[in-house]
Design a protein around this ligand. Structure first.
Ligand code: ACM
Length: 492
């Protein structure tokens, strides 16, 4: 029988499991860079109840030299040393150390290993839709905690949609004043003040995560139409195949898509685009501003191309890198370097790959979010109470794990792949418990695909499901209410 793999997710690039006695955590001291010390102390306290006093035993340091975000972890009975090439690398080494802690008789121990680790992709993201259901700052912080523990380094916030505008802007206060109070099915809405948003950005940064904010346009803008009817088209209801019909001038609480659009031939629209992205750029230290561009079903291809070309130029002129869903790749006038986000299927069935290649043709790169593998809002099983099924039915953990980024878009060179992102749309997701029920354990699959080398002895479904099962006790100790999917042999 093959030995049980250590419960490490994402699996490290190199690991050498050694013979000999384990490191005993009780009585161990810690000598560390302050941020890493705080992170490890809270992880150890949650998992074991032990306090780590200052002292000898565990050493955490940053030492320049290796690739960005890399670390080396050495554990032996005599001590543990984690060395990050930068602060992010050290943070990831701490997460790996947290996953190595295990019960050993009546003590807590770390097995003797040497890990040398670095990510495959620079962009390893999750998305949270705060428009369909609003999620408050504590919930976003909890989502950041969960994602960062799996070496995810991007939080994409979908800040506007037909159902609501969720960020206060000084230049356009009417947006939150008139279009933030409601959400799907009449749920209470909400919005982030500028201080709330800054607090999210800072909390993400302290977890080595970059926030990618999105204002979706020209479609998904019914909320904008409530504040600024003069720059919005009337709803195009004949494109709606499912969901409630919107009414002009009234908040939308249904889940239909594709019916709204900003006016493409009106300069007042571009004054709006400039205002909202200029303020967003000011509030956002990260390099990317996402302008949506998906599902503009009521807009002609020519008008759509005109709009996304102008919107991308506005963002580029602000010194930021524009980012958009793959449909925008159809526009030849897109600003050079715009990043595309592919949300077609693992085995494409439409023009999505052609659109994704459009970004690379203009010097941009692509983030892969194949909907039937990494859309965390799909049901994990047919009988799951939450979630949707339009992306090829329920997405099992096995399907979430069994795809290769370089094989999705034909003709897209690997160096044009910026990374992988797992979006969580929130039509059916109202609380942190709902988030956990859909995000876990499939976020672990996306995290491993984004971080770990494409191949290796442990890059198999059998190894992955066993390693995920081994993480159950850690997730429970961190307060994650993951569903006990039957696909996983959970450790109790
Ligand atoms: C999308 O799922 N409409 C990007």
């Amino acid at each position: 029988m093959a030995p049980v793999p250590l419960p490490l997710v994402p699996f490290p690039a190199h690991i050498d499991v050694r013979r000999g006695p384990a490191f005993d955590l009780s009585g161990a001291g810690l000598s560390a860079d302050p941020d890493a010390a705080t992170a490890l102390r809270s992880l150890v306290a949650a998992r074991t109840g032990l306090d780590l006093p200052d002292g000898d035993g565990i050493v955490l340091t940053v030492q320049d030299g290796g690739p960005a975000e890399s670390y080396v972890l050495e554990a032996a009975a005599t001590g543990i040393r984690v060395t990050g090439a930068d602060a992010a690398g050290l943070h990831y080494g701490v997460q790996t150390l947290g996953q190595l802690i295990r019960r050993d008789g009546d003590r807590w121990a770390v097995p003797p290993v040497r890990v040398e680790d670095a990510p495959r992709f620079a962009y390893r993201g999750v998305m949270l839709d705060v428009a369909r259901h609003f999620h408050d700052v504590p919930t976003v912080r909890a989502y950041i905690d969960r994602a960062a523990s799996l070496k995810v380094n991007v939080l994409h916030l979908h800040l506007s949609d037909d159902q609501g505008w969720r960020l206060e802007l000084r230049s356009r206060p009417e947006l939150t004043a008139t279009a933030s109070a409601t959400a799907v099915d009449g749920a209470e809405g909400g919005f982030y003040t500028q201080d709330d948003y800054r607090a999210i950005v800072a909390y993400a940064a302290s977890h080595h995560m970059t926030v990618v904010p999105e204002f979706d346009m020209p479609g998904h803008t019914h909320a904008v139409s409530l504040a600024y009817p003069g720059i919005a088209e009337a709803p195009v209801t004949d494109v709606i195949t499912e969901g409630a019909i919107p009414v002009e001038g009234e908040p939308y609480t249904g889940t239909a898509v594709g019916f709204s659009s900003l006016r493409v031939h009106d300069e007042a629209t571009y004054a709006f685009v400039r205002d909202v992205f200029a303020e967003l750029a000011e509030l956002t230290p990260g390099p990317w501003l996402h302008f949506g561009g998906d599902e503009s079903h009521g807009t002609t291809p020519e008008d759509f191309a005109r709009f996304v070309s102008r919107a991308s130029a506005v963002i580029a002129d602000l010194g930021k890198t524009p980012m958009a869903w793959h449909e925008a790749g159809a526009a030849t006038g897109l600003a050079p370097g715009t990043v595309g986000q592919y949300w077609g299927f693992v085995t494409p069935v439409d023009a999505a790959p052609q659109h994704a290649r459009g970004f690379a043709d203009r010097g941009g790169r692509v983030v892969l979010s194949p909907a039937d593998a990494v859309y965390l809002d799909m049901k994990p099983t047919d009988d799951a109470p939450l979630g949707l099924t339009w992306a090829n039915g329920a997405t099992s953990l096995e399907r979430a794990y069994s795809w290769e980024p370089a094989d999705v878009v034909d003709g897209l060179p690997e160096d044009a792949i910026l990374g992988v992102e797992a979006p969580l749309w929130t039509e059916t997701v109202a609380t942190l418990a709902d988030i956990d029920a859909l995000v876990f354990p499939r976020i672990a699959a996306a995290a491993e695909i984004a971080w770990s080398p494409a191949t290796g002895a442990e890059r198999t479904w059998e190894s992955f499901r066993t390693r995920v099962g081994g993480l159950g006790p850690l997730w429970t100790s961190l307060g994650v209410r993951f569903p006990a999917l039957a696909e996983v042999p959970w450790t109790t």
